[in-house]
Ligand binder design. Structure first.
Ligand SMILES: NC(=O)c1ccc[n+]([C@@H]2O[C@H](COP(=O)([O-])OP(=O)(O)OC[C@H]3O[C@@H](n4cnc5c(N)ncnc54)[C@H](OP(=O)(O)O)[C@@H]3O)[C@@H](O)[C@H]2O)c1
Length: 285
């Protein structure tokens, strides 16, 4: 029996990890800042905790063997939280990003990257047995980026750098690798760079969503300066700047595509079309 704590269980990837963990030989607990509104399945043991309040973590970690960690909290909270985790658990699987991959898309300096590197450094010296998941662009970003315009009935999505290619990955595939790393031996010290199966421009991704929902969607290229102003309604400035820099650097070469999902899980990574089909309702179909 392995006892697993999911930190980030209400998020896109964490929910999938929770739902894919095997029903036998695993005891799962989910940490949530607000258990009442977490909306997690009733069989899950949901405990109140907050990464920025280290004193709340001991109770959540009591009796835990392995932790799945999503980190979106402020940098100042990293060291105290990891100290608590290392005191209780022996294994950690951290949802990071392709920080060491030479492709220019992943090499633009930014605050999110620095935070991920900070968490990794502390994990590496914590004595925990660690695995780093390094997914590229999530397919699910389309829900916050493009779905609002598409749901509003617009067939033209205004967006910057429409030719920039990425290899969007399904959250279920990231979770499938996480589950292996949490439950199986043999993943200690591994850094898994995870992508979807194909390089697609942002334009091709929107076109694919249109095909799936039966609409003829197009993209209108806007300048980075216009985008900087408009995207502030969707995300904080540091994320907007991170994305604009990454897309600009990516233009002119295919996105990095790896076969790591298939190598670890035995099943090829899902295509963007499969992702869009599964999420069609969220685009207003
Ligand atoms: N989007 C991409 O393309 C991409 C690519 C590569 C890597 N990543 C990385 O993936 C991570 C995000 O994953 P995701 O999309 O699955 O997450 P998400 O949907 O944004 O959810 C974030 C999770 O973190 C929890 N959380 C936030 N602050 C917390 C705190 N102080 N204490 C405890 N829990 C807290 C949230 O819980 P509450 O319910 O309490 O809010 C939620 O469960 C980020 O680290 C990002 O850098 C993203």
């Amino acid at each position: 029996m392995i006892r697993i704590l999911i930190i980030g269980a209400t998020g896109r990837v964490g929910r999938q990890v929770l739902s894919q963990l095997p029903a036998t030989d695993v005891q799962v607990r989910a940490l949530a800042r607000n258990p009442q509104t977490a909306g997690l399945p009733s069989h899950v043991d949901v405990v109140r905790g907050d990464l920025t309040l280290p004193e709340t973590l001991d109770g959540c970690l009591d009796g835990i063997d392995a932790v799945f960690l999503v980190w979106t909290a402020p940098p100042a909270a990293v060291a105290p939280a990891l100290e608590r985790i290392a005191k209780h658990a022996r294994r950690i699987v951290f949802l990071s990003a392709p920080l060491k991959t030479a492709h220019p898309f992943f090499q633009q300096p930014n605050a999110v990257r620095a935070l991920g590197a900070q968490v990794e450094r502390l994990i590496e010296t914590s004595g925990l047995e660690w695995t780093f998941l390094r997914p590229g662009m999530f397919a699910a970003n389309a829900l916050s980026w493009w779905a609002p315009q598409i749901r509003a009935g617009k067939d033209v999505v205004r967006w910057p750098h429409v030719a920039a290619p990425t290899a969007p990955i399904h959250e279920r595939d990231i979770a499938a690798v996480a589950v292996r790393a949490l439950c199986e031996d043999g993943h200690a010290g591994a850094e898994y760079v995870l992508t979807g199966p194909e390089s697609m421009s942002q334009f091709e991704q929107v076109h694919t969503i249109g095909r799936v929902i039966g609409r003829s969607l197009r993209m209108e290229e806007i300048s980075p300066d216009e985008a900087r102003r408009e995207l502030l309604a969707l995300m904080p400035a540091f994320v907007v700047n991170m994305l604009l820099d990454a897309w600009a650097a990516a233009i002119g070469q295919p996105a990095l595509v790896t076969s790591t999902v298939r190598e670890i899980t035995g099943t090829p990574a899902r295509t963007f079309q499969e992702w869009a089909t599964g999420h069609a309702a969220e685009f207003g179909v």
